[in-house]
Write a protein that binds this ligand. Structure first.
Ligand code: NAD
Length: 476
C-alpha cells in the first residue's frame, strides 16, 4: 500500500496520524496519507519563504532548464503516474475519446514544457529625451495552491509550474480524496528543484490545512480550483493580508445545437464532451439545448451512445467511463436524478447506481426537462446530461445565460459565422463553436460571474503570478 508523506523543505515529513485514500472502483483503501495540520502549513510556508530569495533571483534560463527537467521526469514516470491517477480518481487509463489518465499525465507533461518556455519581457512604455518608463513583472513570494479531485495531477501542474516559472515558491495542498499522484509529482520535482521551492502539505477530510493556508500571512497568493462554495470561503479568509487570488470554480456550461446540424453527425462529439471523465470536469457540457426540429433524433442518438458505453474499473484498457470519484458526489447525482424524475423528466438511458462495489452510475440521458429543475440549474458533476428543447434562438441564449456560472459555453452549427456571433453572446470565459471544453496551454482559460476570478495558461495566466513594478528613469 502507498503511504504518502508530506514534503517540507525538501524532506519527507510524517504526521501523528494518517487518513485513507479510497479507490472509487472498489470502494477500498489503496493508500494512506499524512494527516497534516496548521503546524505543517507554518513549517511549509517558512521553508518556502526561506527558498524564495534564491529562487526568485535564479536566472530565467536556469529556471526554465529545471522546469523542462521536471517535464522530462514526469514523462519517464508516465506509466506509474497513470496507474496512480486511475486508482485515486477512478478515471480510465485510456477513457472515452482518449480522455483518461493518459491524457492527464500527457497534458501535465505538455503544460510543463509550454509553460517553461513562456517569458514576461520588460515592457517599455516610453523612451524619449525626457524619460524612460519600463514595466517589470516580479514574483509575489509564496503561492498557496489548493486543488480538487477531478484532475488532481494536471491541476497541480497548472498551478505549480507557472508559479515557479515566474519566480515564486509554492506550498500545495491536494484534495483529501486524491493526494497520491500529486505527492509523487512533488517528490519528482524535489529531485530537481532546490529544497523548499515546492512543498506539499496533505490534510484529512475536514482538516484546517486549506483554511490555514487561505488565512496565512506568509502566503502572498492563493490559486484555487474547486467548488464555488469553497472559493467564497477562501476569498473571505484571504482578506487579512489582501492575498492575490486566482479562483477556478464550478461551471454549468450550456451547449446550444442549431437546427441546421445533422444529429447523427454530431451526436458522438456531443456525447464525448458531456460524458468524458464521467462529466466530472469543470468545463464539461452540462446543459444541452437542442432545436425542436432535431430534438427527438438527437436525444435518440445520445441514448444509443450512452447504452453502448463500457463502464467499469479504469485499470481495464477497454473501459470508457469509470466510477464517480466519491460517494458524496454519487449521492448528489442520485438526488438530482430523483428530483428530475419527480418533475416528469424522461430518462432515455441509465438512471441507476450499478450494484456491487465501487461508485458506478450508468451514463444517463434525460429528456423532457427544462430550466428551473435542479438537474438543469445546478452542476451535477456526474454522468448525467439534461437535454432541453428550444424553438427561439434569442430565448435560448437568454436561458443559457440565466445561471450564476459562467465558465464555458458552445454553439453547434454548420454556419460558422453565425455560430461565432452567437457564441460571443454567451456569458462565459470560453466560448466554443462545434467543440466544448477543449483547452490548450497557450490560450487563457477562466470563468466569469461565479465561475471564478482570473485566468490560467499562457502569458495571461503567467502574469497572475506576478505583480507589476513600474520603473521611471528621468533623463531631463
Ligand atoms: P471542493 O471545493 O470541495 O475542494 C477543493 C479543494 O479545496 C480541496 O483540496 C479541499 O480540501 C479544499 N478545501 C475545502 N474547504 C476549504 C476551505 N474552507 N478553505 C480552503 N480549502 C478548502 O471541490 P471538489 O469537490 O474537490 O472539486 C469539484 C469542483 O471543482 C466542481 O465544482 C468543479 O466544477 C470545480 N472545478 C473547477 C475547475 C475550473 O478550472 N474552473 C476545474 C476543476 C474543477
Amino acid at each position: 500500500m502507498e503511504n504518502i508523506s508530506m514534503i517540507i523543505g525538501g524532506k519527507p515529513v510524517a504526521a501523528a496520524t494518517t487518513f485513507p485514500v479510497i479507490n472509487p472502483a472498489t470502494g477500498s483503501t489503496f493508500a494512506t496519507a499524512a494527516a497534516g495540520d496548521a503546524s505543517h502549513v507554518d513549517a511549509a510556508v517558512a521553508a518556502a519563504q526561506a527558498a524564495f530569495p534564491e529562487w526568485s533571483s535564479t536566472p530565467d534560463a536556469e529556471r526554465q532548464r529545471l522546469l523542462h527537467a521536471i517535464g522530462a521526469s514526469l514523462e519517464a514516470n508516465m506509466p506509474a503516474l497513470m496507474e496512480l491517477v486511475t486508482k485515486e480518481t477512478g478515471k480510465p487509463l485510456n477513457g472515452l475519446n482518449g480522455v483518461g489518465a493518459g491524457m492527464e499525465v500527457g497534458g501535465s507533461i505538455a503544460w510543463t514544457h509550454v509553460t517553461a518556455d513562456l517569458s514576461l519581457p520588460v515592457e517599455v512604455i516610453q523612451d524619449n529625451e525626457v524619460a524612460r518608463v519600463e514595466v517589470h513583472r516580479k514574483p509575489l513570494g509564496v503561492v498557496g495552491s489548493i486543488t480538487p479531485w477531478n484532475w488532481p495531477l494536471m491541476i497541480a501542474v497548472w498551478h505549480v509550474i507557472p508559479a515557479l516559472r515566474a519566480g515564486n515558491t509554492v506550498v500545495i495542498k491536494p484534495s483529501e480524496m486524491t493526494p497520491v499522484a500529486t505527492a509523487r509529482f512533488v517528490e519528482i520535482a524535489n529531485g530537481i528543484l532546490p529544497p523548499g521551492v515546492l512543498n506539499l502539505v496533505t490534510g484529512a477530510p475536514g482538516s484546517d490545512v486549506g483554511p490555514t493556508m487561505a488565512r496565512h500571512p506568509g502566503i502572498a497568493k492563493i490559486v484555487f480550483t474547486g467548488s464555488t462554495r469553497t472559493g467564497r470561503k477562501i476569498m473571505e479568509n484571504a482578506s487579512g493580508n489582501l492575498k492575490r487570488l486566482t479562483l477556478e470554480l464550478g461551471g454549468n456550461d450550456a451547449g446550444i445545437v442549431l437546427a441546421d446540424v445533422d444529429p447523427k453527425a454530431v451526436a458522438a462529439k456531443l456525447f464525448g464532451v458531456a460524458f468524458h471523465n464521467n462529466g466530472q470536469t469543470c468545463a464539461s457540457l452540462k446543459r444541452l439545448y437542442v432545436h425542436e426540429s432535431i430534438y427527438e433524433e438527437l436525444c435518440a442518438e445520445l441514448a444509443k451512445l450512452a447504452k453502448a458505453t463500457v463502464v467499469g474499473d479504469g485499470l481495464n484498457h477497454d473501459t470508457q467511463l469509470g466510477p464517480v470519484q466519491n460517494k458524496a458526489q454519487l449521492a448528489i447525482v442520485e438526488e438530482l436524478a430523483a428530483d428530475a424524475l419527480a418533475h416528469g423528466a424522461r430518462f432515455l438511458s441509465g438512471g441507476h447506481v450499478r450494484a456491487g462495489s465501487g461508485y458506478f452510475y450508468e451514463p444517463t440521458v434525460v429528456a423532457d426537462i427544462t430550466d428551473g429543475i435542479r438537474l438543469v440549474d445546478e452542476e451535477p458533476f456526474g454522468p448525467i446530461l439534461p437535454v432541453i428543447k428550444y424553438s427561439d434562438i434569442d430565448d435560448v441564449i437568454r436561458r443559457a445565460n440565466d445561471n450564476p456560472s459562467g465558465l464555458g459555453g458552445s454553439i453547434w452549427s454548420n454556419d460558422l459565422a453565425k455560430a461565432a456571433r452567437l457564441a460571443l453572446r454567451l456569458e462565459c470565459g470560453t466560448a466554443w463553436v462545434n467543440e466544448h471544453g477543449a483547452i490548450q496551454p497557450d490560450a487563457p482559460f477562466g470563468g466569469v460571474k461565479q465561475s471564478g476570478i482570473g485566468v490560467e495558461f499562457g502569458r495571461y495566466g503567467l502574469e497572475e503570478y506576478t505583480s507589476i513594478q513600474t520603473l521611471k528613469i528621468m533623463k531631463a
